[in-house]
Design a protein around this ligand. Structure first.
Ligand code: IPM
Ligand code: MN
Length: 364
């Protein structure tokens, strides 16, 4: 099969980790007889430097022409990088939000799974880590606080900043549908997370999710408040299967999930719309501290490439092969710095590019 993949390496460690994911995809194409053609574009800080804005219309058009987009990470250090002296709508993050909105990517999947080999990297008590977990976070991505109107003004001599949290019924319905669909292929259990004891938007959220749930009697549905969920995730993450929640809650809970899964460097993500098109990126940030040092963990990006094969290209055998290759490298004791355990025998520390080589070599 022939597919076009647009890559957005971005800033910081982005170019290094995308290079390794591309290496693995090229290996998949070779082993399985596909043709993937790659086109690289700029977004984020590098686009500000080149064109004066984080995301150009031309870049959006190129992304639209692709079958899927593979992204690294964007942004720099707030307070150090000159990108953050620009007005908010000109900063790197604004490019990412505009891209999600322009491409209609309302459904963000962030799977957090504890590899048995990484149990030691899990900060939870051993008795909890031993039980393992496999949670799929379904985060609404184009609504809520991120896209409501905002302003900062002076009212009667007082500075006032306002952000608005808006949800339309159809936005909740379509993400809930996705969550139930995904749960039907997993453990058939959806936990909808909200703050319905305080927020109107959450009360609407809960009402619509209950409605959608009625059409899926085979899926167990429960509701939890976001503060309690934050606690339950560290207490007993194994109780969750699919967690569906609004944009900001999902942003916060998914970082928490990445941490308990061992490292942000392990957590992939897919941002989808109704059709097969999607954007795939690691959940972690651009890590400017370690950029260019060839030490970043490329596995989250490689696992994002596996999601790309599965969700956008419908190549599940190939996706399984990438995930199996990642698991095998971990079993072989190969580790980047973030998941390295000192004093444990049988582990070898690898650079970013060596890790990419090792995964690519295990694609069969
Ligand atoms: C993420 C990131 C982004 C978000 C930032 C960079 C705008 O934290 O993908 O989780 O908040 O969505
Ligand atoms: Mn985030």
């Amino acid at each position: 099969m022939n597919f076009k993949i647009v890559t957005i390496p971005g800033d910081g460690i982005g170019p290094e980790i995308v290079r390794e994911a591309q290496k693995v995809l090229e290996r998949v194409a070779k082993v399985y007889g596909h043709k993937f053609c790659f086109e690289r574009v700029l977004m984020g800080g590098c686009s500000i430097d080149a064109y004066g804005e984080p995301l150009t219309d031309e870049t959006i058009e190129i992304c639209k022409s692709a079958d899927a987009v593979l992204m690294g990470s964007i942004g720099g250090k707030v307070g150090q990088s000159s990108w953050y002296e620009l007005p908010p709508e000109k900063r790197p993050e604004a490019g990412l939000l505009k891209l999600r909105k322009s491409l209609g990517l309302f459904c963000n999947l962030r799977p957090a799974h504890l590899y048995p080999e990484l149990k030691k990297a899990c900060p939870l008590r051993e008795s909890i880590a031993d039980q393992g977990f496999d949670v799929m976070m379904v985060r609404e991505l184009t609504g809520g606080l991120y896209f409501g109107t905002r302003k900062t003004e002076v009212v009667d001599g007082v500075e006032v900043a306002t952000d608005t949290l808006v949800y339309h019924d159809y936005e909740i319905r379509r993400i809930a549908e996705k969550a139930f669909e995904i749960a039907s292929k997993r453990q058939c259990h959806v936990t909808s997370v909200d703050k319905a004891n305080v927020l109107d938007s959450s009360r609407l959220w809960r009402k619509i999710v209950i409605e959608v749930g009625k059409a899926h009697p085979d899926i167990a549905l429960d509701h939890a408040l976001v503060d309690s969920t934050a606690m339950q995730l560290v207490r007993n993450p194994g109780q969750f299967d699919v967690v569906v929640t609004e944009n900001m809650f999902g942003d916060i809970l998914s970082d928490e999930m990445a941490e308990i899964a061992g490292s942000l460097g392990m957590l992939p993500s897919a941002s989808l719309r109704e059709d097969s098109f999607g954007l795939y990126e690691p959940s972690g940030g651009s890590a400017p501290d370690i950029a260019g040092l060839n030490v970043a963990n490329p596995l989250a990006t490689i696992l994002s490439a596996a999601m790309l094969l599965r969700y956008s290209f419908n190549l599940s055998k190939e996706a399984d092969a990438v995930e199996a290759a990642v698991a095998e490298t971990l079993t072989a004791g190969l580790r980047t710095a973030d998941i390295m355990e000192d004093g444990v025998s049988g582990l070898t520390r690898l650079s970013t590019s060596e890790m990419g080589d090792q995964v690519a070599a295990r694609i069969r």
